[in-house]
Design a protein. Structure first.
Length: 135
């Protein structure tokens, strides 16, 4: 991953989103760590994930994995989604992990061309596994 840049946009509901985005080596994918500061989330529920899942479905994509995960030393406080969309040379795969902390919603997201996914996944998993938030 290369060319990191920070973003501080607003989502459509006016909440501040802080993001650190890295491009993949090919420049066709990305890995991002996002924080929606005013999400007021204490646990991950279906309604929390709807905007993320809807974005996949809008691309005619499908979910290939949905599971609870341990994040930041807490048992099953996060949720992992793996997905794919597109066909042939434009097929993409991705993974998202979402978890709450002090009312904020954290998301660690990666999307890559399908042919790069297996190579990029260990770096993504290392980021998720080692991710810590000062309490």
């Amino acid at each position: 991953f290369s060319r990191a840049f920070a973003k501080d946009p607003e989502d459509p509901k006016g909440k501040k989103i802080a993001a650190l985005i890295f491009d993949t080596a090919s420049g066709q994918g990305h890995l991002g760590v996002n924080v929606i500061d005013e999400a007021k989330v204490t646990k991950i529920e279906k309604k929390t994930l709807e905007p993320f899942v809807d974005a996949i479905f809008k691309r005619n994509g499908k979910l290939t994995l949905q599971t609870e995960v341990d994040i930041n030393g807490e048992k099953q406080n996060g949720y992992r989604i793996e997905f794919e969309y597109g066909q042939g040379d434009t097929e993409f795969k991705g993974v998202q992990v979402h978890f709450p902390n002090k009312g904020a919603l954290y998301s660690i997201v990666m999307t890559t061309p399908a042919k790069e996914f297996d190579q990029a996944l260990p770096a993504y998993n290392a980021i998720v596994t080692s991710f810590k938030i000062d309490k």
